[in-house]
Write a protein that binds this ligand. Structure first.
Ligand code: PMP
Length: 445
């Protein structure tokens, strides 16, 4: 007897830990390209891409074929017993797309958090120092180690302590909702405002954690869970300079923003610097569990043999999916599509969406490539979530919120078409309109 979507959702609520927060109650059965289909065959335009995982769209035929073939050939080979071919092929394909030729030593895990943990271990062991500097609003995972680096929301760490000691937090240059200039909002756009985080890192090194005890600075190139915030151009060159001067490693976490999402293969390429360790995951294998850290060989080889890895590290099927993903990037000129669709999206958001808002509601449209944040001001708390809810319930589009302010994030697949962008903005506009009408009805505007 087939169960209704409602019954299945109830079953899920009953038996899946409530520690997972789910933004919809959809029960999805299959997906293709930019669309998800629920158990009743209803179609949803997916502007979430599983938070940037299914970047080539769902079930890209080339990835599916590679996975099917690999699954029939070799599922698993334990990496601390043998080398396996899919991993070696993948490294061969990854090396040329790295942002610098100095990235020539790789290792793989299953999830982003595991890779971040590995980067911390690598930095600590190599430098023989312990402390870490992270940035306000950063998200690096939910394991015991990574939650200690995560400051995007208290829910990820509150009452799960004690947290890992030796973590110091500097502000991220979140210029739109800048805590430094909150008191004088008219100064929001002054250039020097963005230097404050750099000054704060320097102060941390003078007042809280000496360079002699600081192993690494770890930072997302673009804040993801913290609000989809790209830093100003000057931020990374200055941060790189501080790290180099003080013999501190710079780790960039590109779990969410890497792999073409911003229109370049890695987001750090927009900022003209080379970090010491790059962390990637999510989009790397188009939906299969794989994460990776890369550094130069000299640094990576400071690790004692046996200290890295785990049972499923660099699973053969996931590596085959990642290899196929990189081939699709070349064959389908994915980066070109990201840049074209990005210009289209920004221009539509600026015209269509801005024109919907009454004068007292502000909107910051920001981001790079197809990693786009829309932050509303002058709205009551919960407005962005209300838009996302109206999106899924009334306009068949999956939208996500991010951060602690009223921000929506748009993460369409990197393969999204011009028509799908037009359609997505239309549905988004209708969802915003609906949320605005509700505010009006409730007397909130
Ligand atoms: N770092 C960043 C920047 C992320 O966005 C995420 C996941 N949202 C993680 C790390 C953790 O990755 P995972 O959920 O695969 O452990």
């Amino acid at each position: 007897m087939s169960q209704s979507a409602k019954q299945l959702a109830e079953f899920g609520k009953q038996h899946i830990s409530r520690g997972i927060s789910r933004s919809t109650n959809l029960v999805i059965e299959r997906a293709k390209g930019s669309y998800l289909y629920d158990v009743q065959g209803k179609k949803y335009l997916d502007f979430s891409s599983g938070i940037g995982v299914t970047s080539l769209g769902h079930c890209h035929p080339k990835v599916v074929k590679a996975v099917q073939e690999q699954a029939a050939k070799l599922n698993h080979a334990q990496v601390n017993i043998v080398f396996h071919k899919p991993m070696l092929d993948l490294i061969g394909k990854l090396k040329p797309v790295m942002p610098s030729t100095q990235f020539d030593s790789f290792f793989f895990w299953n999830s982003g958090a595991e890779a971040v943990e590995a980067a911390i271990k690598l930095a600590r062991h190599a430098t023989k120092k312990q402390n870490l500097i992270v940035f306000q609003g950063g998200y690096h995972g939910r394991t015991v180690g990574t939650m200690s680096l995560t400051t995007s929301k208290t829910i990820y760490r509150g009452r799960f302590g004690p947290l890992m000691p030796g973590v110091h937090v500097a502000p991220f240059p979140y210029c739109f909702t800048c805590p430094v200039h909150r008191a004088v909002p008219q100064k929001h756009n002054i250039i020097n405002c963005c230097d404050n985080p750099i000054e704060q890192v320097e102060l941390l090194l003078k007042q809280q954690t000496t360079p002699d005890e600081t192993a690494a600075v770890i930072v997302e190139t673009i804040l993801g869970e913290g609000g989809y915030v790209p830093p100003p151009k000057s931020f990374f060159p200055k941060l790189r300079e501080i790290c180099t001067k003080n013999n501190i490693l710079l780790i960039v976490d590109e779990v969410q923003c890497g792999f073409g999402r911003t229109g370049k293969m890695f987001a750090i390429e927009h900022f003209g610097i080379t970090p010491d360790i790059l962390v990637m995951a999510k989009a790397i294998a188009s939906g299969f569990p794989l994460s990776c850290i890369v550094s130069n060989k000299e640094l990576m080889d400071t690790q004692p043999p046996g200290s890295m890895g785990g049972t499923y590290s660099g699973n053969a099927v996931s590596c085959a999916a990642a290899l196929a993903t990189l081939e699709v990037f070349e064959e389908e000129k994915i980066l070109e599509n990201v840049n074209n669709r990005s210009s289209q999206l920004f221009s539509l958001l600026n015209s269509r969406v801005k024109s919907l808002l009454p004068p007292h509601i502000g909107l910051d449209i920001r981001g790079l490539g197809l990693m786009v944040g829309l932050e509303f001001t002058g709205v009551p708390p919960g407005f962005a979530a209300a838009v996302a809810k109206a999106g899924v319930e009334n306009h068949d589009i999956i939208l996500l919120t991010t951060g602690i302010y009223e921000t929506l994030r748009l993460i369409p697949p990197l393969t999204v078409t011009a028509d799908e962008i037009n359609d997505g903005v239309e549905r988004l506009s209708q969802a915003i309109d609906m949320a605005l009408k509700k505010l009006e009805k409730d007397g909130n505007i």
